[in-house]
Design a protein around this ligand. Structure first.
Ligand code: GRF
Length: 200
């Protein structure tokens, strides 16, 4: 299964996927890594010899146009074009994907979110959970639909919130669950063990 990974930051989830895919028995290969910015995490892909591309929103007149340029870059690497439809994995992309992009790839389009959706959607999930005094939070891997963090949930993992811990500490503890959860979700999709809701 060819996958495209989309990032905006450090890419530790991307790195986990790259490390997993280094095993020839892993049923997915990372065909490309894209970003909306010159994300530091792109270096993980470069070091692994994986093609990368940056599609900047400011270079497009509208969000829909940005989405179309991003979709074309992904399809140039033969993701989303074959009979198996491939898989687009948003792992720390800090942009909302526009409806046209979602319609092109979903449900072969998943996201990982650092909260137990539907709790704490949006770009500040870890901060919001702490601010709400949550005793427990976690991570959700879900199909991206045309809403924000609203698509069908595929996998979740929970973590207790420790008293007084910082947002950075909690986020890193969430990521310790998130990285293997994302790898296993991609593996299960690639092996056909996990059906993507709405997939033909
Ligand atoms: C992840 O926790 C992801 O859920 C959130 O942003 C974080 C990206 O972390 N959307 P990294 O860049 O993979 O380290």
């Amino acid at each position: 299964l060819k996958i495209a990974v989309l990032i905006s930051g450090g890419g530790s989830n991307l790195k986990a996927l790259i490390d997993a895919a280094a095993d020839p028995d892993f049923p997915a290969e990372i065909a490309c890594v894209g970003s909306d910015t010159d994300a530091p995490g792109l270096d993980h892909a470069r070091s692994a010899g994986i093609p990368t591309f940056v599609v900047r929103p400011r270079d497009s007149a509208t969000r829909e146009e940005w989405g179309a340029v991003l979709a074309a870059a992904i399809q140039e690497h033969h993701v989303g074009t074959g009979p198996d439809r491939g898989l687009v994995v948003s792992a720390g992309l800090m942009r909302i994907l526009p409806p046209g992009f979602v319609r092109t790839f979903s449900p072969h389009l998943i996201n990982t979110h650092p909260a137990l959706l539907p709790e704490y959607p949006g770009a500040h999930a870890v901060r919001d959970a702490l601010a709400a005094g949550a005793a427990r939070t976690g991570v959700t891997v879900h199909v991206i639909d045309e809403g924000v963090d609203t698509g069908p949930v595929l996998r979740q993992a929970a973590v207790d919130v420790l008293p007084g811990e910082t947002e950075a500490d909690l986020h890193e503890r969430i990521k310790q669950l998130e990285r293997p959860l994302l790898v296993e979700t991609v593996r299960d999709i690639a092996l056909g063990r996990l059906a993507l809701p709405g997939a033909a």
